[in-house]
Design a protein around this ligand. Sequence first.
Ligand code: COA
Length: 214
Amino acid sequence: MPRLRFRLCRRHSRIVIDVRLAGSGDWQVWRKLRLEALADAPYAFASRLEDWQGDGDRAERWRARLSIPGSCNVIAALDRRAVGMVSGFPGPRDGVVELGTLWVSRAVRGQGVGDLLVQTVAHWAVQLRASVLLLTVASDNEHAVALYRRNGFDDARWSGGPRVAGRPQRMMTKALRPSRVETRTPALVSTSRENASPATPRRVRRQPFPPGSE
Ligand SMILES: CC(C)(COP(=O)(O)OP(=O)(O)OC[C@H]1O[C@@H](n2cnc3c(N)ncnc32)[C@H](O)[C@@H]1OP(=O)(O)O)[C@@H](O)C(=O)NCCC(=O)NCCS
C-alpha cells in the first residue's frame, strides 16, 4: 500500500509523518484512532462514541466502514504510531467529494498534520476529477475552521442542516483546480520525488520520501 513520508517543520520543532491509505485490513488501527477521536472531540463529529462501542464495535462494521465504495481513508503516523486520520467520501452529486473524520492527536497538534491530511484528500479528489471538496464543521470549532480556511475552503451558501451535539454547523467548500492541486499536494498514488512536489503551505515544509528510503 502506498506510503509517503513528510518532514513537517514548525518554529523549533520538526517531526516526520508517514501518510498512507487505510484498507479494510487496517480496521484495528482505524478503530483505535476513531474511538480516541470520538472520546476526545465529541463536539466535532455526528457519530457518537457510544455508537461505536458495545454492539456497535464489531470487526465487520469497521471493515465495512473502510470499504465504502468511492471513499478513501488516510492514516498519519509518527514513529509508527497512528496520530491522525481523515476520510474522503462520494459527495451529494457528481464532481463533489466530501471530507470528514478529520482528527489529529493532541500530542502532535499545531505541527501541520491537519494540513497534510486535508491536502491528501484534496489530491485524491482531484485524481477522481472532482471539482469541489465539501465539508461540514461546527461553526464554533475555531481550530478546524481556521485549518480549512488556510487550505482554501470558503463558507458555502447553505440553508443549514441538523445541529451536531447541539451545535450549529457550517458548510465549507473548496474549488479544486486539477493543474494547481496536482502539483501542490501529496501524491499517494505515486512515491516518486518528481511527482510529489515540496509544496509549502502555511507553516509547513514538507519533504516527501519514497518508502524505505530512510
Ligand atoms: C482540527 C484539528 C485537526 C487541527 O489540528 P492541527 O492541524 O494539528 O492543528 P493546527 O495546526 O490548526 O493548530 C494551531 C494551533 O492551535 C492549537 N490547537 C489545534 N487544535 C486545537 C484544539 N482542538 N484545542 C486546543 N488547541 C488546539 C495547536 O496546538 C496550535 O497551537 P500553537 O500554535 O500554540 O502550537 C485538531 O484540532 C483536531 O483534531 N480537533 C478535534 C477534531 C476536529 O475538530 N475535527 C474537525 C471536524 S470538522
